[in-house]
Design a binder for this molecule. Structure first.
Ligand code: XUL
Length: 520
């Protein structure tokens, strides 16, 4: 049997997903919700502590306790963990974990008779970990950008401008506000590399996928950048392990898991990566030009790129793909479902009426346009809510419905140009992906087929596929071969572009861009 385990340590839960690569099936999925199990013990709400003034942290010891509970749950469900050939994982990106000198020895002597929590309580140089929701480091972002010669230099070097949630600014703030604890720190990991360390029983480095979310990695070289580290905090290089290639096992699983849960002693552990880079694999995006769009509360667009192209206008983040050769672009639009629901509610509709309105109106909407900034927008940057209508009567409900979706699709066409990829197919997931009329507009605006994917745990699946790819490397399967059985669109969901509608949008996109420019 060729079973592989993917573990996703995310903000509110930890998920394990087990695949059988021979049978081409997912054989188990289990999730441990942090609030449900640990609210009382750790005081988390939605998995985090809101410390005020933009600081949002979580508890790395809780993540270790949750890992034990997850593996116990899989074992209790009767899954034979001795059949797992390799484990890989994904973590919420950017969050940093600070360990002291006792961490390495404590991990090396883990005893299966006691829990991780009981054996690891003393390894932390900082008991909490700032996570990606933390926005408290604007000052440090400015300082880091200035120290490397400005935003453009940091962008060219690391692929990203400084973002408050990224690890480097967070580390700098820790060094500035808690210098004694910083001095006591011997290892700084990310959520991903910390969980990988727990599994390997030794300290593991950050992979290039997650390293690209730190503002500290040279994106082209896939190595820590001495210039960026110097700009972040003194003595930092000594607290980081070298970047760990995503596809190279870091060793066998710790005897702790063999004794406690029945893993085989030759089960391999891969470096973990970020949840978004792992989702890229889980959605099957392993060739340039493949783009996925998740239509959720906010809409997120992921793309596979052949080069680490960056967006000078800050339209997206760039990460290395854990496939080892490509890069990933990530763009987040705040006004996703938020805007769709605002229009639906404004006209007192339900979703069926919303869909009928799309049916009843023509592609291009007779030249009517809307800028749908019901809330401040990330891409393009719009600091305050501002809904703008052009040739659009506010009382014409169907035209407003079409206008909001066309705006989202046109914006996704305009703000993906920096990626320099011709979009050859669009894989759409998320709640609104169930609506074929919405998908039709995206197919026509992008002039490519749109496929619907039903994914719940793309990050954990991507991690399991990474484990499969690494373990099967002796017969060198291509990435396409590994992802193909799992990353399949819903049967019959493909929507092809329609030439007349494509032409209508080709005519409209310039007008939309001009309207956008006039208001941003
Ligand atoms: C990406 C980001 C989030 C987290 C969520 O830059 O901050 O998507 O990775 O887990």
């Amino acid at each position: 049997m060729s079973n592989y385990l993917g573990i996703d340590s995310s903000t509110q839960s930890i998920t394990g997903l087990l695949i059988d690569a021979d049978q081409r099936t997912i054989v188990a999925e289990a999730s441990i919700n942090f609030d449900e199990h640990f609210k009382t013990a750790y005081g988390v709400v939605n998995g985090v502590f809101d410390l005020g003034a933009g600081a949002v942290h979580s508890a790395p010891l809780m993540w270790a306790e949750a890992l034990d509970l997850l593996l116990q749950t899989l074992a209790d469900q009767g899954h034979d963990l001795s059949a797992v050939r390799a484990v890989a994982g994904s973590g919420q990106q950017h969050g940093t974990v600070y360990l002291n000198a006792s961490a390495g020895p404590a991990l090396a002597r883990l005893s299966p008779g006691q829990s991780l929590k009981d054996q690891l309580a003393a390894i932390f140089a900082r008991p909490t970990a700032p996570i990606w929701m933390d926005t408290s480091t604007a000052l440090q972002c400015a300082e880091i950008e200035a120290a490397v010669g400005g935003r453009e230099s940091l962008l060219a070097l690391t692929g990203n401008a400084a973002f408050e949630r990224f690890s480097g600014p967070q580390i700098r703030k820790f060094y500035q506000t808690e210098p004694a604890a910083y001095a006591d720190t011997t290892y700084i990991g990310l959520v991903s590399s910390y969980i990988a360390s727990l599994l390997a029983g030794r300290l593991v480095g950050v992979d290039p996928g997650d390293g690209s979310g730190t503002n500290m990695m040279d994106i082209a070289a896939g190595q820590w950048s001495a210039r960026a580290l110097d700009a972040t905090a003194p003595g930092l290089a000594a607290k980081l392990l070298p970047i760990a290639p995503s596809g190279q096992p870091v060793g066998p699983i710790s005897p702790y898991y063999v004794g406690r849960y029945g893993f085989a002693d030759d089960c391999l552990v891969l470096p973990f990566s970020g949840d978004n880079p792992c989702s890229l694999i889980g959605l099957g995006l392993v060739a340039p030009g493949q783009v996925a769009l998740s239509l959720g509360t906010s809409d997120t667009l992921f793309a596979c790129m052949d080069q680490p192209r960056t967006s000078a206008a800050g339209e997206g983040a760039v990460f290395a793909s854990p496939d080892g050769t490509h890069y990933m672009a990530l763009t987040c639009y705040l006004n996703g479902s938020l805007a769709r629901e605002a229009v639906r509610d404004q006209y007192g509709m339900n979703w069926q009426q919303f869909t009928q309105a799309l049916h009843a109106t023509p592609p291009g909407n007779n030249g009517a346009l809307m800028l749908p900034y019901f809330a401040p927008e990330i891409v393009p940057k719009v600091p305050r809510p501002n809904v703008v209508r052009q040739n659009l009567d506010p009382i014409d409900a169907p035209a407003n419905v079409r206008a909001v979706i066309e705006a989202q699709a046109l914006s996704s066409r305009i703000h993906t140009r920096w990626m320099g990829e011709d979009i050859s197919s669009l894989y759409v997931t998320g709640g609104a992906a169930a609506n074929a009329e919405i998908l039709r507009i995206f197919a026509n605006v992008h002039n490519c087929p749109v496929h619907r994917f039903e994914t719940t745990n793309a990050a954990a699946l991507g991690a399991a596929l990474r484990a499969a790819h690494a373990h099967q490397s002796s017969h060198a399967p291509s990435w396409a071969e590994v992802v193909e059985p799992f990353a399949q669109p819903v049967a019959g969901s493909t929507i092809e572009p329609e030439p007349r509608a494509v032409a209508a949008y080709d005519g409209l996109v310039g007008q939309y861009a001009a309207l956008e420019q006039a208001h941003t």
